[in-house]
Design a protein around this ligand. Structure first.
Ligand SMILES: [Zn+2]
Length: 193
């Protein structure tokens, strides 16, 4: 079973190669939800003899705990879901997992929207404020708004040097370009590359 390239890249970003292997198992078990134990065993079987080892510091090639962590990463990215059932003999919960890969494009578009909102609000902040900096302490990256600089008598609280107006046109320009670029980017094609 091959994953589509978009999904594959996204899984890799979320949880490296293990996430791709877990993704394959979730797709292979589309008709019946699968436990984390079975996912682990299936992957171990699949990578046997290939030299792939997800746990180089351990004698096992893949630990159940690694698979669980990966499944929770998929869950928090809204790409997987689970239900749990209490095992009557042991009293422990058994987790059954399934994928929600059909929502992938929606999730990516949502991410793009969030980036755009962050950039816009940063741009507004830069455009609506006039900043003052101490040129002697520039490595500290401290910026003061007009009100703050006024209260400090335009003196740097760290070294006593003068606070000077900062030209933030470059930052504004940079943010504007980023916004246009992000808007133009087809995030789905980006992941297919
Ligand atoms: Zn200073």
């Amino acid at each position: 079973m091959e994953l589509n390239p978009l999904l594959k890249s996204f899984l890799f970003i979320i949880g490296n190669r293990v996430a791709i292997e877990v993704g394959i198992e979730l797709i292979n078990s589309e008709n019946a939800d699968i436990t984390d134990e079975d996912i682990t065993e299936n992957i171990k079987e699949r990578i046997e003899g290939t030299g792939i080892d997800f746990e180089p510091e351990d004698s096992e090639t893949l630990k159940l705990n690694t698979v669980r962590k990966t499944l929770y990463k998929l869950y928090s990215e809204k790409l997987a879901q689970f239900r749990r059932i209490r095992d009557k003999s042991t009293g422990w919960f058994i987790y059954y997992w399934w994928h929600e890969f059909n929502f992938l494009e929606e999730i990516l578009l949502e991410k793009k929207k969030i980036i755009q909102e962050k950039l816009s609000s940063r741009l507004k902040f830069e455009e609506n404020n006039y900043f003052f900096i101490c040129k002697k302490c520039t490595q500290q990256n401290m910026k003061y708004k007009f009100d703050e600089a006024f209260d400090l008598n335009f003196r740097c609280p760290d070294c006593g040097g003068p606070l000077e107006a900062q030209d933030n046109q470059k930052i504004i320009q940079f943010l504007k370009e980023k916004i246009v670029l992000n808007e133009k980017t087809n995030i789905i094609n980006e992941f297919k590359k």
